[in-house]
Design a protein around this ligand. Structure first.
Ligand code: SAJ
Length: 434
């Protein structure tokens, strides 16, 4: 393929990263086939619709499907560039061992259609060494092709690792504008992948080796996890000392070199609460801080459950509203959510005394079944509940004026209502700050 020709691209995995990536590449006028194991996902996309919620993604996908630039399939097809964006969960062994089997399954599929000149790019968050492991697998399956980094000869195909770093809710914007690290198995592989990303990324693309790029992704999320753990630990210390953690953080952050993050009910999602374990698994003896950060953030969830249980038990019969189930503000993603964990534990213990407000949910998740807890709208909760437990900082909660919650006791785990004063043990207007 000449460098001025548009490559035919195959994106494997059409989830939160793969689908937006496929759509953005298609928008850059490269024909894209998106591959997914789910017939439902493939049919939905081929109708020009989407199966996930993400700002502006519906219009983009509709447009590129209508123009014939994006097609979905369950069967892999030959292409010039393969982008692998499949999940990397844990093995179910209780040890947080990374499971790269989806990556290897995708690589096996690619090996079946691979030809000389092709480029394979792994985007899935992966333990260090996975890109080389993928290369070794393909080398075994395709002895007719020269794979990079195995012999001194010029390889027939290129293989690189390029992690995504997008924030849910801003995926399209960040896919285009964020800087990217592109790690080649060899410098030549990195240059080949760089030329591809330059077609649709406006941020700076920096080339490196594959292992450094793999580690960079893990480090970014471990850094955030450890920093959130610091904020969460502070919140538990402040709770113990009877201090308002939000006030302390606000004041400390006025120091020019201090920037403490925000405490919450714990850390959720499938990235920040997961990726640090990929480092811990690779270097268990060398990662006590990262491990402790994970433990602190998990402990915060249990601290919130215990604190809320005490508040409810001390006020028997008062209706309680848990505000939010999502793992963070303004999204409809409830996977690995500390808010969902806390609310379901309270529902199990206090049953019909608990109402759940989640504007992004049509129904309660399965673990609320038979608890007696109900999904209600915000106005109903404000009118009927004497205890409000803020678990997610959705904008719709943030803007509730103080008059509308004046009669209620508030346990604000996100610090969204700074006007409520801390008066432990008093009501109304009680604000437990952590
Ligand atoms: N959180 C806090 N306090 C804070 C910030 C976040 O409690 O001050 C909580 C959130 O409520 C949420 C969790 O942390 O439960 C994670 O939220 P997040 O906004 O920090 O991150 P994610 O999981 O949505 O996206 C992260 C991002 N990584 C970094 O910011 C380093 C994103 O750029 C990555 O692309 C994404 O992980 C990913 O896919 O790896």
């Amino acid at each position: 393929m000449r460098s001025d020709e548009k490559p035919q691209v195959c994106v494997i995995g059409l989830g939160y990263i793969g689908l937006p990536t496929a759509a953005i590449i298609a928008r850059a006028n490269c024909p894209v086939t998106g591959i997914d194991v789910s017939e439902h996902v493939v049919e939905t996309i081929n109708r020009g619709e989407i199966h996930i919620e993400e700002v502006d993604l519906d219009g983009l996908v509709r447009g590129v499907v209508q123009r014939g630039m994006l097609k979905a399939s369950t069967q892999i097809l030959p292409a010039d560039v393969f982008v692998i964006a499949v999940p990397t969960p844990f093995v179910h062994d209780g040890n947080h061992t990374p499971d790269v089997s989806y990556v290897m399954a995708a690589a096996t599929e690619v090996a079946g259609v691979l030809k000389k000149g092709d480029c394979i790019i792994l985007e899935s968050t992966s333990p260090v060494g996975t890109t080389e492991q993928m290369r070794d697998l393909i080398a075994g399956l395709r002895p007719d092709l020269r794979l990079p980094g195995l012999t001194g000869e010029t390889p027939d195909v290129s293989i690189a690792y390029c992690p995504e770093r997008v924030l849910p809710g801003k995926i399209l914007e960040e896919l285009t504008h964020n800087d990217r690290s592109i790690g080649g198995i060899t410098p030549r592989c990195a240059r080949k992948a760089l030329a591809f990303y330059k077609r649709f990324v406006r941020g700076t693309c920096v080339t490196t080796d594959a292992k450094s790029a793999e580690m960079t992704k893990l480090v970014e999320n471990a850094y955030r996890d450890v920093n959130i753990a610091f904020a969460n630990e502070l919140s538990m210390i402040a709770d113990h000392m009877g201090l308002d953690v939000w006030e302390v953080i606000k004041l400390a952050n006025r120091h020019p070199r201090v920037n403490i993050l925000q405490p919450g009910p714990g850390v959720g999602g499938h990235c920040i609460a997961v990726d640090p374990y990929f480092i811990i698994h690779g270097a268990p003896e060398q990662s006590p801080l990262i491990r402790t950060g994970r433990e602190v953030n998990d402990a915060k969830m249990h601290h919130v459950v215990a604190r809320a249980e005490r508040l409810i038990a001390d006020n028997p019969g008062i209706p309680v509203a848990c505000l939010g189930l999502a793992f963070k503000a303004n999204i409809d993603d409830f996977r690995e959510s500390p808010a969902r964990f806390v609310a379901s534990r309270l529902a199990r213990k206090f049953g019909a005394q608990i109402s759940i407000v989640e504007p992004y949910a049509g129904e309660l998740p399965v673990e609320f079944k038979d608890t007696g807890a109900e999904l209600v709208d915000l106005d109903h909760a404000l009118e009927t509940c004497g205890i409000l437990i803020v678990l997610v900082d959705h904008d719709v909660f943030r803007v509730v004026p103080s008059e509308e919650r004046a009669g209620a006791m508030v346990y604000d785990t996100r610090g969204i209502w700074p006007d409520a004063s801390i008066e432990p043990g008093s009501k109304p207007g009680l604000r437990l700050a952590s």
